[in-house]
Design a protein around this ligand. Sequence first.
Ligand SMILES: [Fe+2]
Length: 206
Amino acid sequence: MILGMYTRQRALQLMEEWTTSESLRKHALAVEACTCGYGEREADRQGLAGDQRDVFVLPYSLAGLLHDFDYDRHPSLEEHPYVGNRLLTEQGWPEAVRHAILAHAAYTGTSRESHLDRVLFACDELSGFLTACALVKPSRSIHDVDPAGVRKKMKDKAFARAVSRDDMIEGAALLDLALEEHIANCLRSLQAAASRLGLEGMAAEA
Ligand SMILES: [Fe+2]
């Protein structure tokens, strides 16, 4: 495998080529921000630096960007994420990335083994929920979202009802983190990426 060919830029292009929905594009970028945050943490924990660190974190970026890239065209349970996986296989994308993408969808029956597998699953629903929390703020800013408020919203069944609370809880457990800490970590990642996610708030966009 020549990882050099499989850059963030290529993943971004592929995702954008297949995804016309603006909110799904933003979702890919938001999940990427969160998965990269965990990739960087793990790289630091392992004492990696420079190129080694970059090479370690790249799959986290690719998996985040590409995990739903086929969803716009092939949203059914029969096709997503299999159609995408087939293309990624043909194009030679790293196996670790493809495995994580298959494993993020529980119904594929693919077990979550690697750190990347667990991170992608843990960030998928939570990043959507945090984005929803930002968009109901008067400011529409992710900077105004705090973990305690997120916990409160989780208990409100009518709020963002499509987002599975069980998956959010299971994700934190998979990472051996308290839910509160997982929320805080992802929130920090989204805040750092706020401008490309359109979550800086109204003041910044005015
Ligand atoms: Fe997703």
